[in-house]
Ligand binder design. Structure first.
Ligand code: 5GP
Length: 254
């Protein structure tokens, strides 16, 4: 089989040229990094789970009219997505104080926020993803005020929907990071949800016990990382048939 052209390799994913023009294949790795690459590791089966979880969440969001880059899942670790021009921003939505927000303002983790808070970060490993304001974003030309309005409105819809979806399976959506891209169709441009939504990019806490079910287990050496990701998939009803045992199959060797 001809080797596919690799377009980009990130920390947790690889993008290959897709089978049709305007498409890409997004491959999910087991590699995990934290603190801007200072901590590295492997979470066995993470790529398979994140591929499934992100597929599921993008499909559900698509059903309520949120435009996404997702086309279809191809296999255990790959999905076909539309090629978009990534807007170089990480959009973080928070419902409960945790992580960098808790640190910055001296809040104890778990303090509910009076309303959800949307933050913008400039995507740059070299600069450690600095937080930026709308002024920086428009002045430096990363997005226009119309783009910002659209991303803000999509981020709030995504948050409302995902909060309810996770609550239904006993999980509190504490915060998450999303990315958007521009999809061109002739003269038209549409902003669509891109990248992934998974326990790598969300904080998910068990409603009853408060247990962390996300990448903080890796970041903070809490153990049980694989089991936590599996439990998220299980609650969403998307663990591969046969349960975690199926994740030990050849797909993990790819
Ligand atoms: P914090 O700013 O508290 O570190 O992160 C807020 C939320 O955004 C968390 O759910 C975290 O997982 C997510 N997040 C922030 N930056 C990144 C990033 O560079 N990559 C990923 N995957 N998630 C991020």
């Amino acid at each position: 089989m001809a080797r596919r052209r690799q377009i980009y390799e990130g920390k947790a994913k690889v993008l290959f040229e897709g089978p049709e023009p305007g498409t890409l294949v997004q491959y999910f790795k087991d590699d995990a990094t934290a603190f801007n690459n200072k901590k590295r590791g492997t979470i066995t089966g993470k790529g398979v789970l994140n591929n499934r979880i992100s597929e599921y969440l993008m499909l559900r969001l698509g059903e309520i009219g949120v435009p996404t880059h997702f086309v279809r899942r191809l296999n255990m670790r790959e999905q076909l997505v539309r090629e978009v021009e990534i807007i170089p921003l990480e959009v973080v939505v928070r419902n409960v104080a945790a992580g960098s927000l808790a640190q910055r303002f001296g809040l104890s983790e778990g303090t509910p926020l009076p309303r959800c808070i949307v933050e913008w970060y400039f995507k740059s490993d070299a600069l450690n993803d600095p937080m930026v304001s709308e002024e920086h974003i428009t002045a430096f030309g990363w997005a226009t005020t119309q783009d910002l309005d659209e991303m803000m409105s999509l981020a709030l819809r995504i948050n409302d929907f995902l909060c309810g979806l996770f609550l239904g399976v006993g999980i509190r959506l504490v915060d998450f990071k999303i990315e958007f891209g521009r999809l061109y169709n002739g003269d038209d441009m549409q902003i669509v949800l891109a990248d992934e939504i998974s326990p790598d990019s969300c904080r998910l806490w068990d409603i009853r016990t408060g247990d962390k079910m996300d990448k903080d287990r890796f970041r903070r050496d809490l153990g049980g990382v694989e089991e936590a990701y599996q439990e998220v998939a299980r609650r969403l009803g998307i663990l591969p048939e046969g349960g975690p045992r199926d994740l030990k199959g050849p797909a993990l060797m790819q």
